[in-house]
Design a protein around this ligand. Structure first.
Ligand SMILES: [Zn+2]
Ligand SMILES: [Zn+2]
Length: 296
């Protein structure tokens, strides 16, 4: 947890983690200790189709969780859907369920829906439309990076969806299985909430009061037709929108702590209808703002 310059608390958490209960190599106790020792305020244990109960580990909140993976192949769709903070195992779902049914069942028992790793799944536009009711989507999934799956970054797919008016709150997670450098305590979210309880954390994420990071901290706003980013020192601030062209898509330098972007508008074909930013520090660690709609 850190406190920002306005006195607001930001809690650090990982929403996607595996243990020996499914195909992870560490026990639930070992996983909890690892994340606690690395300064996390909350995690969720999300084993495949095995429900992890809510608990607490040495002061760290352990949210209930489970990954309901529907492995229908690339053409019909891999849909890996996480339910976090549900009151119980969702009713009447199985590996034969549709993604819509799984999402509805998670919501019916009070859970947050996190849609996992669309790039790893090679999801198509139509497959992602099926999960538009998910609360959040992973823009970065650590275990999908080198050396294993090598497709960790779903930002292009999410930009295509945003350009077509489908927006989610974005998160980053580890999806830790192997507990190696690449997938352990690397990609997480900071959540702005008064307290680190199930209710406060889920409500804040559902409202989008969070951002994804691998280390850098940021605050971002879109006001008066301008995206403003203030952050810990970084070497790149990159601005994304859906105009094919913009004169100013990045700031690059040393110890950058502020950036601004005005959505591009040339004509109806060349205009940004959304904006967001990614920052990267000198160690290659990134953080992502949420998506902002441009009202024009
Ligand atoms: Zn998965
Ligand atoms: Zn997973």
């Amino acid at each position: 947890m850190y406190i920002d310059s306005n006195g607001k608390k930001w809690f650090k958490g990982n929403l996607h983690t595996h243990t020996t209960v499914s195909d992870g190599i560490l026990s639930p106790q070992e996983v909890c200790k690892l994340y606690k020792d690395n300064g996390y305020d909350f995690i969720a244990l999300t084993d495949h189709w095995k429900y992890g109960e809510q608990t607490e580990f040495d002061g760290m909140l352990v949210l209930s969780g489970c990954e309901y993976n529907l492995n229908n192949g690339v053409k019909k769709g891999f849909h890996h859907i996480l339910g976090v903070g549900t009151e119980h195992f969702p009713d009447n779902i199985s590996e034969a369920s549709s993604p819509e049914e799984v999402i509805e069942a998670i919501h019916a028992c009070g859970g947050l829906v996190v849609y996992g790793h669309p790039a790893w799944s090679l999801n198509t536009f139509d497959q992602l439309l099926q999960v538009k009711d998910a609360d959040t989507v992973e823009i970065f999934n650590s275990v999908s990076d080198v050396p294993r799956n090598c497709r960790p970054d779903s930002s292009l797919l999410l930009d295509i969806m945003a350009a077509n008016d489908v927006f989610w709150t974005i998160v980053a997670t580890d999806d830790a299985h192997f507990y190696e450098k690449a997938d352990t305590c690397r990609s997480f979210i900071y959540v702005q909430a008064e307290e680190c309880t199930r209710g406060a954390i889920l409500e804040a994420i559902k409202k989008g009061n969070c951002y994804a990071s691998q280390g850098p901290t940021l605050s971002a706003k879109f006001e008066d037709n301008k995206l403003t980013v203030d952050c810990s020192p970084v070497e790149q601030i990159v601005y994304f929108g859906d105009s094919p062209w913009s004169n100013h898509r990045s700031d690059v330098g040393e110890n950058l702590t502020h950036g601004e972007y005005v959505p591009h508008y040339r004509n109806e074909a060349f205009k940004d209808t959304f904006v967001r930013a990614e920052i990267q520090d000198k160690n290659g660690r990134r953080a992502w703002t949420q998506y902002f709609k441009v009202n024009r």
